[in-house]
Design a protein around this ligand. Structure first.
Ligand SMILES: *Cc1c(COP(=O)(O)O)cnc(C)c1O
Length: 489
C-alpha cells in the first residue's frame, strides 16, 4: 500500500523556495565591514550555504507540526514495562522552575545555597525512610549509575576488611544494566538461574555462594512482575556467607509504604526518581538514580555528602573512605526538586496508595488479557505483568508485530523481548495514574490484535501504517542514524 507522504514528514529544506525569507529587517544604518577583509581567504566559503528559504509562517507551521509528533505520557497511554511511565505532575515543574532553585549557580557558596542543601538533605532522609536505608547519596544521574556507585561501595567495603572477592551473582532475569555496571566496577558477573515461575533458583544460588562472591544483585519485585516470596531467606543466606545484597529498586513503584528493601535484608538499593518519583523521562534523560545504603557502607558514599551542623547545611568533602566523586556538581538537581515535591505532595498514605493502585491496575490488565495471550509467569502480579505472544507467533505475529500494531491503534508499545527468559515477551506496566477507561481501551486493542492474528496476520506484520516512518531496521536505525540532509541534484 502506498502511504501518502503527509506534509509533516517533509523536511524544512524541501519546503524551501528560492528568495523566500522569514524576516524583514530595516536597512542597516551603521557602517559594516566586508567579511573578506576580516577573514583569511581559506576560511571564506566559495558558495553560499544551502539553507532553507521559507517564510515566517512556513517556519512556525513546520516546527509546530514537528512538536506535535512528540509521543509522551502527556499525550498517550505509555505501558512500557519496567520504565514506570506515570504521569508527571505539573506542580513539580513549577517548583523546579522557582528562580531560587533554577538560577542557583552550582558553585555558589554554601551560605547562599542553604535552601537547596536543605532540600537535598531532606530528600535523602525521605528516600532513606521509604527504603529502610541509613544513608542516601543523591549524586547518581541514573539507575545504572546508582548501581555502579553501590557496587563500588561494596568493593570498598570488602577491601576495607582485607577481603578479596571477585564475583557478583545476578539472576538471568536481570535488566542489562546490572551485569554492565557490575563489570565496569571490575567484577566477574556470574548468572544465577531462575526457576519455572521466574523466581530465584535457590539451589543454583546456594551452589554459587562462595568466599569469592562479593554481592548478589536482584530486582524486587522481579522483572516478571512477581514478588519473590523467599526473599528474606535469600538475603539471610547471602549475608551468612559475607555476601552483600543489592536491590535493584527500579520496581519500587510496587512496594511503596508496603515493605522496604532495608527490612527485607538488603544492604544497598538504588531509586529511579524518573520512574517511581515522577520526574519526567524518556529519550535518554536527564534522570536521577540515588543510592541508599545500610550504616556499614555509609563511610564509602560518594563525596560530597550533604550534612547538617546545628541549623546549617554543608557539603562534607572530607571522607577518607569515600569512593570519590561520581557526577558533575551535585547530581541532576532539578530532578531532585521534582521528586521532593512529589513525595511531599503524596505523603506517606498517598505513596502507599500509589503502589496499591499500580498493582491493582496491572492485575486488571493481566486478567483481561489472560484468555488471549499466554502469561509469562503465573499471577497475581505486582505492578506490571509479562505476557507472551508465543501463541500469536505460531500464526505469524510475533511480539514486535503486536507492539507495532498498537502504534496504529493509538497506544505506545509495551516493552518487548524483556525479560529475556520469557519467549516473545510483552511487558505491560500500566502505572497507577491511568483510569479504568484507558486500561479498557488498551486491553480492547490488545484483544483486537490477537483476533486479527487469527484471521489476517498480515495486518500486524505490515504495521505501523499511520506513523511518519514505517518499520525501520531497528539495529541500523540506532547505530547508523541517517540525520543528514543532502540536496537533490
Ligand atoms: C530502568 C531500569 C534500570 C536502569 O535504570 P536507568 O535509570 O535507566 O539507568 C535497572 N534495572 C531495571 C529493572 C530497570 O527497569
Amino acid at each position: 500500500m502506498m502511504v501518502k507522504r503527509a506534509a509533516y514528514d517533509r523536511l524544512i529544506f524541501e519546503l524551501s523556495s528560492p528568495g523566500r525569507i522569514a524576516h524583514s529587517l530595516p536597512e542597516c544604518d551603521v557602517p559594516t565591514s566586508d567579511p573578506r577583509e576580516l577573514l583569511p581567504d581559506k576560511q571564506l566559503r566559495s558558495s553560499p550555504a544551502e539553507l532553507p528559504e521559507v517564510s515566517e509562517l512556513d517556519v512556525v507551521r513546520h516546527y509546530t507540526r514537528l512538536s506535535q509528533l512528540n509521543y509522551g505520557v502527556d499525550t498517550h497511554f505509555y505501558p512500557l514495562g519496567s520504565c514506570t511511565m506515570k504521569y508527571n505532575p505539573k506542580l513539580n515543574e513549577d517548583t523546579a522552575r522557582l528562580a531560587g532553585f533554577a538560577r542557583l549557580h552550582p558553585l555558589v557558596p554554601e551560605a547562599a545555597a542553604q535552601g537547596a542543601l536543605q532540600l537535598m538533605h531532606e530528600l535523602g532522609a525521605m528516600l532513606g525512610e521509604i527504603a529502610g536505608m541509613d544513608a542516601v547519596s543523591l549524586q547518581p544521574a541514573a539507575g545504572a549509575q546508582g548501581e555502579l556507585a553501590g557496587v563500588l561501595m561494596i568493593r570498598a567495603y570488602h577491601a576495607s576488611r582485607g577481603e578479596r572477592r571477585t564475583k557478583v551473582l545476578i539472576p538471568d532475569s536481570a535488566h542489562g544494566t546490572n551485569p554492565a555496571s557490575t563489570a565496569i566496577a571490575g567484577y566477574e558477573v556470574v548468572e544465577v538461574k531462575s526457576d519455572a515461575d521466574g523466581g530465584v533458583d535457590l539451589l543454583d544460588l546456594e551452589r554459587h555462594l562462595a568466599d569469592d562472591v562479593a554481592a548478589f544483585m536482584i530486582t524486587v519485585p522481579n522483572t516478571l512482575g512477581n514478588f519473590e516470596p523467599r526473599i528474606m531467606e535469600i538475603t539471610a543466606l547471602c549475608r551468612s556467607k559475607g555476601v552483600q545484597v543489592y536491590m535493584d529498586g527500579a520496581n519500587l513503584n510496587a512496594i511503596l509504604g508496603i515493605t522496604r528493601p532495608g527490612d527485607l535484608g538488603f544492604d544497598v538499593c538504588h531509586f529511579n526518581l524518573h520512574k517511581t518519583f515522577t520526574t519526567p523521562h524518556g529519550g535518554g534523560g536527564p534522570g536521577a538514580g540515588p543510592v541508599g545504603v545500610k550504616a556499614h557502607l555509609e563511610p564509602f558514599l560518594p563525596v560530597p555528602v550533604v550534612t547538617k551542623k546545628g541549623e546549617r547545611y554543608t557539603l562534607d568533602w572530607k571522607r577518607r573512605a569515600s569512593i570519590g566523586k561520581l557526577q558533575a556538581f551535585w547530581g541532576n538537581f532539578a530532578m531532585l526538586v521534582r521528586a521532593y515535591t512529589y513525595i511531599k505532595t503524596m505523603g506517606a498514605d498517598g505513596l502507599r496508595r500509589v503502589s496499591e493502585d499500580a498493582v491493582l491496575n496491572a492485575n486488571y490488565v493481566m486478567k483481561r488479557l489472560e484468555r488471549d495471550y499466554d502469561l509469562g509467569a503465573p499471577g497475581p502480579c505486582m505492578h506490571e505483568c509479562v505476557l507472551s505472544a508465543r501463541r500469536q507467533k505460531k500464526l505469524g505475529v510475533n511480539a514486535m508485530d503486536v507492539a507495532k500494531r498498537l502504534l496504529d491503534l493509538g497506544f505506545y508499545a509495551p516493552s518487548t523481548y524483556f525479560p529475556m527468559i520469557v519467549e516473545e515477551a510483552l511487558m505491560i506496566e500500566p502505572t497507577e495514574t491511568e483510569s479504568k477507561e484507558t486500561l479498557d481501551a488498551f486491553c480492547d486493542a490488545m484483544i483486537q490484535i490477537a483476533r486479527e492474528a487469527e484471521t489476517e496476520s498480515k495486518i500486524a506484520a505490515d504495521a505501523p501504517i499511520t506513523t511518519p516512518v514505517r518499520r525501520l531496521d531497528q539495529t541500523k536505525a540506532a547505530r547508523e542514524p541517517d540525520l543528514r540532509w543532502r540536496p537533490r541534484d
